[in-house]
Design a protein around this ligand. Structure first.
Ligand code: SF4
Length: 256
């Protein structure tokens, strides 16, 4: 892939574009999608792992088996729980793999909390989206600008905003790079079968009722049978409960 200086949108090789837009990726397994991605884009492809849900750890394991040099990054918002930092260290040791930690701009965080307070997100959707935009969306976009493709652990049964997730897409919101969602058609049970079969390290908060763990102040445990996404930004409507880092979720930011 090459960057177009005029538009900021990356040019995609014709054959890759055709393959993605044809929908042919839907017939491929997660392993096949990742193998295709690594073959076409390495080293400019990386996994986005929150270290808060088992999906990202499953993908990390799958990618590492295909190519031990495969890259993984995490957005460190500065508000992650200790359990997540502990898991990052465990994974780094187990796989002997560098984890690329991406931080928000310090000056943006300082200006935000000085003007709106350290717990601004509870006060309004606007504040919450601003916080997510500064702590997550901007760092993600900045990091992705150096890539040709990224990998995410979205699954279609994770909630109302993710039901149409394709396995391969062009990420127009992030410079037109390729986005791989290799386990889009996996169920939660599929994920947990892989976790148990391969002894994948997971966030200890998952066993305490957190299906996914984001920032500490914006994540909570849920009861059995509740929508998994209801543990995030629970004080808002379901339609606004997304992080803004995935296309179609929202364009004004929010949290992973
Ligand atoms: Fe801020 Fe909460 Fe979004 Fe984290 S999830 S960036 S603390 S609003």
């Amino acid at each position: 892939m090459s960057a177009s200086a005029s538009s900021g949108i990356k040019a995609i090789h014709h054959e890759i574009f055709e393959f993605i837009t044809s929908g042919a990726g839907e017939a491929l397994s997660a392993h096949e999608i990742l193998t295709w991605g690594i073959k076409n884009f390495a080293p400019k492809i990386a996994l986005s792992c929150s270290f808060g849900a088992p999906e990202g750890l499953v993908l990390l394991d799958l990618m590492h088996r295909i190519d031990p040099r495969s890259r993984v990054f995490v957005l460190d918002t500065g508000r992650l729980p200790q359990a997540t930092y502990d898991l990052i260290d465990r994974v780094r040791e187990r796989y002997d793999k560098p984890i690329e930690i991406v931080f928000p701009r310090a000056e943006d965080v300082e200006a935000m909390v000085r003007s709106r307070g350290v717990n601004l997100f509870y006060e309004s959707v606007e504040n919450r989206q601003l916080c997510c935009r500064i702590r997550k969306v901007e760092p993600l976009r900045r990091y992705l600008a150096g890539l040709d493709a990224w990998v995410a652990g979205l699954r279609r049964d994770q909630g109302v905003t993710r039901g149409e997730t394709p396995k391969l897409e062009i990420d127009a919101g992030n410079g037109g790079i390729v986005k791989l969602n290799p386990i889009a058609d996996w169920t939660h049970d599929d994920v947990m079968v892989y976790v148990r079969a391969n002894d994948i390290p997971t966030n200890r908060l998952n066993a305490q009722g957190y299906p996914s763990v984001g920032c500490d102040p914006c994540s909570r445990a849920i009861a059995a049978g509740e929508d998994p996404r209801s543990g995030r930004w629970w004080w808002e409507n379901p339609e606004t409960r997304e992080c803004g880092i995935h296309a179609g979720e929202e364009d004004q930011g929010s949290g992973i």
